[in-house]
Write a protein that binds this ligand. Structure first.
Ligand SMILES: Cc1cc2nc3c(=O)[nH]c(=O)nc-3n(C[C@H](O)[C@H](O)[C@H](O)COP(=O)(O)OP(=O)(O)OC[C@H]3O[C@@H](n4cnc5c(N)ncnc54)[C@H](O)[C@@H]3O)c2cc1C
Length: 397
């Protein structure tokens, strides 16, 4: 089925295709599978460049990890080696450009991070020291508890803590960002279909000709897979390890309580520009629970379970944050982290599957803006960008 029939089928008004930009690209019918932050950002950049884009999701946009993410944009110490750290730094810069195009809800407040135990704190200081050896790193300072208290008066720091202040970090409302980009994709003439499940690839004379979906066949010159934890199964590749769950609690908007992204013992907390407070626990479920959770639920089985988890996380947070009273929980959900086997993003063409480009990663929220840009360039002009050379899927062959 071609795009026109699809549009009719869905009863949506066809939007005039941007013929001015279209002249810039050829072989440009791209189906993007997965409307999380990665797939949506790639689809946005592609449609901005004049490609004929269809973005599909088997459930709905932001129904995967992106809808249950802590959404901290950073280039801090876990981003190793240097190539990955640099990509993350470029990620911060790319968001600064993206937010000029789209009114994204990003709070560039910086983050404060510390641990309770002396050992963990020592390890943190050693880890951040490694950043200083890189040719370029995201600015950070080790500050005292007094200075930290001045910056974040409602948080209790104790005097033996050296707190890491990472000034360039931000926090984004990822769900809102996805929805804003989807609006733009539609304005550029793209189609966004959901629920629409990927079912297979069709080839003519060795070239990709269409993508088979639960809504029918979509003509395509190229297909992008940004399906998070489902990517490996769909493409029969072996790039990620067992996904790990994490609980995210999101409140309704309330008065200002926090200035910065607070990465404290056991729990991370930040407050969005719209006043919503977001909590994310540091440790996921113990591995003994993973068998019970093998169907990867996104919600708790009952209101009682939800309440227990919310209470547990708020209790951890109230051990070091003073003013968390009278918060109303909007949503508590379980996110499943797509974890590449070697920790580094997986971005690029699949050599053995013509016409297919893959993008799967953790810290995908931090990386979405830069990956959207670089992947689009590679998809449209067939080039290979040296910045992405360490992240090719072929390393798992
Ligand atoms: C608890 C938690 C906290 C996190 N905190 C941070 C953080 O602070 N900072 C950060 O940078 N990163 C963080 N991450 C990681 C980040 O959220 C993910 O890396 C990112 O959201 C991945 O985005 P994605 O678009 O690749 O995948 P997803 O958001 O999972 O999207 C994949 C989409 O593909 C769709 N799909 C799957 N199969 C099919 C199919 N057959 N057909 C059609 N569609 C399909 C799914 O429905 C889904 O919507 C966190 C993750 C979790 C779980």
């Amino acid at each position: 089925m071609d795009r026109r029939s699809f549009t009719k089928l869905l009863g949506t008004a066809a939007i005039a295709y941007n013929s001015g930009l279209k002249a810039l690209v050829r072989g440009d019918r791209v189906v993007v599978v997965g409307a999380g932050i990665i797939g949506t950002t790639i689809a946005y950049e592609l449609s901005k460049m004049g490609a004929e884009v269809t973005l599909i999701d088997k459930e709905s946009p932001a129904s995967g990890a992106s809808g249950s993410s802590f959404s901290w944009i950073n280039a801090t110490y876990p981003k190793k080696p240097y190539s990955y750290n640099l990509l993350s730094q470029l990620g911060i810069d790319a968001y600064k450009n993206l937010e000029k195009e789209i009114n994204l809800n990003i709070s560039w407040s910086g983050s404060l991070e510390w641990f309770d135990s002396i050992d963990a704190q020592k390890k943190l200081l050693n880890e951040v020291a490694i950043l200083k050896k890189y040719p370029k790193f995201s600015p950070f300072r080790v500050i005292t508890d007094k200075k930290a208290k001045f910056l974040e008066p409602n948080v209790n720091f104790t005097s033996n803590q050296n707190i890491i202040l990472s000034e360039a970090d931000g926090a984004i409302d990822t769900i809102n960002a996805i929805s804003l980009m989807i609006e733009k994709i539609k304005q550029f003439g793209g189609l966004v279909l959901h629920p629409c499940q990927f079912q297979g690839l069709n080839y003519r004379n060795g070239k990709l000709s269409s993508v088979q979906t639960s809504l029918g066949e979509l003509e395509a010159d190229q297909a992008v897979f940004a399906c998070g934890i489902d990517t490996d199964n769909l493409l029969s590749i072996n790039s990620i390890t067992t996904p790990k769950p994490g609980v995210i609690v999101r409140t309704t908007p309330s008065e200002k309580r926090l200035n910065k992204i607070v990465v404290g013992p056991g729990v991370h907390v930040h407050q969005q520009l719209d006043g919503r407070v977001i909590f994310g626990e540091q440790a996921g479920a113990p591995s003994s629970h993973l068998e019970r959770l093998k169907d990867r639920p996104k919600d708790f089985p009952s209101g009682l379970f939800t309440k227990q988890h919310v209470d547990r996380i708020l209790k951890m947070a109230t051990t070091f944050i003073n003013n968390l009273d009278n918060l109303e929980v909007e949503k508590a959900s379980i996110g499943w982290r797509p974890l590449p086997r070697d920790g580094k993003p997986v971005i690029g063409r699949l050599n053995k599957v013509p016409g297919v480009y893959v993008a799967v990663m953790h810290s995908g929220v931090s990386l979405a803006a830069i990956v959207g840009k670089l992947a689009t360039q590679e998809i449209l002009d067939g080039s290979t960008n040296i910045i992405l050379q360490d992240f090719r899927p072929s390393r798992f062959n």
